[in-house]
Ligand binder design. Sequence first.
Ligand SMILES: *[C@@H]1O[C@H](CO)[C@@H](O)[C@H](O)[C@H]1NC(C)=O
Ligand SMILES: *[C@@H]1O[C@H](CO)[C@@H](O)[C@H](O)[C@H]1NC(C)=O
Ligand SMILES: *[C@@H]1O[C@H](CO)[C@@H](O)[C@H](O)[C@H]1NC(C)=O
Ligand SMILES: *[C@@H]1O[C@H](CO)[C@@H](O)[C@H](O)[C@H]1NC(C)=O
Length: 433
Amino acid sequence: MFRNKIILFVVSFALICGQVYSQCSGGLPQYPVFNEQATLLNTTSNGKLYVVGPSNNTVNVVQLYGTPYEMGYAQGTLLKSQVNEIYDNFFNYITVMVNELIEKYADYLPLELVDVIEKFGVKAALDLTADATKKYTPSRFFEEMQGLADGAGLEYKTVLQVHMFPELIKAACSMVGAYNSATVNGGLLQLRALDFGLDPWNPLRLHPIVSVYHPTEGGHTFSVLTWAGFIGSLSGYSGHMGICEKYWFHYNGTASREGFPWHFLLRDILQYDSSINEALNRIYNNERTCSIFVGLGSNSTNTFEAVEYSHQVVRVFDDQTPFPAYEPQPPAHPNIQDVVYIDKYTQPSNNPCLASVLQKNLGQIDIQTLIDVTSLLETGDLHIGIYDFTYNQMYVSVASQDNWPPPANYSPTPAYARQFIQVDLEYFFNESQ
Ligand SMILES: *[C@@H]1O[C@H](CO)[C@@H](O)[C@H](O)[C@H]1NC(C)=O
Ligand SMILES: *[C@@H]1O[C@H](CO)[C@@H](O)[C@H](O)[C@H]1NC(C)=O
Ligand SMILES: *[C@@H]1O[C@H](CO)[C@@H](O)[C@H](O)[C@H]1NC(C)=O
Ligand SMILES: *[C@@H]1O[C@H](CO)[C@@H](O)[C@H](O)[C@H]1NC(C)=O
């Protein structure tokens, strides 16, 4: 009772003060976008290393050219110390995280995998996952991981284990695609906010990178917002397509350990596809593993669609489809013309924040609106990418990188509370070797 009164008081106080976004828990962002040019730090035979961002908030941009092996080798060489720092701390962290998830969600992993984790540890589960996915994975991914291992001075087996972790975790996350009548210039904007849980011991926060691939063996030039030493794509943009994902908690079908790891499949969408239909064909025609929501932005149609992606089911949602596919549609998730969105909560979400911000800015949505969204909804703790298809730009924000090893009681600052950094992909896509 007492708590309800306090909440009522806070809500009415916000109304009296005319707070614009009273349905959101967060406030407006504090910083303007950092838009100075990137600085070249180093070059190697198939790559270049840049840094961009204010001094205590930096992201490396790494240009990679050549065959899969050469691009892997270039990343491993240029980011050797960063890759090693992440790998040295990765297994301790992921062990704690996976065990917490097992405690929290009864049916979070197939029982035999939980058994393996309890008896032999997380590395054994990662090895099993690698075996189960091997025959569905194109060899170029293995060649690139071998190059990365050789460049960074790591064992190939370790690199492979690290690349299996997305198959074992669940992340929250939000996504928005806005286009045509919804945006200020009619262009397509896509938001991807990754909510991973901000453990101060998560080494991924130390070295966020944007890798820009210039493959010589076919496909588009494309970029991935990721971490030093991780070649999968949880977030990425190619100029043709933008991708993002979110764990689909309410999926009630079966999962499979056998199939194409989803973060490699999403990367192939960036490298090879030019439309939502091509991407959907790729999704339909591959053996899928986990259940996630995938966001697909496409430059050729200037639209965005969200996909329920799972081992058994694929379902597609656009701005006219009730979401999630339940009747009645939750009041907190009205259809909004030319906007497709999913907030960070388990779906169906009853939180009105995201729809309220989008509706309030409808017709005027721009980069700043989507930056405001992350701060108001407090979404995107580990990283955030906003893709501007009109100008080929990516706006990136990352969690705080300082304090390693983290002192007791240290809480990293989430990406949504930090300064966004503009990454000029128009420049990086077109820079020759
Ligand atoms: C540049 O990269 C090379 C590896 O290609 C490395 O040996 C060297 O230390 C790097 N230089 C700087 C200034 O980081
Ligand atoms: C994206 O679409 C715009 C407008 O149709 C076009 O000018 C641009 O070349 C397209 N970009 C790519 C990478 O195809
Ligand atoms: C599973 O979820 C779907 C909606 O996604 C629903 O139609 C179906 O009834 C559910 N099945 C079970 C067994 O709960
Ligand atoms: C960066 O450091 C300065 C002081 O050195 C501090 O005022 C500022 O808040 C920091 N910015 C971020 C984003 O951490």
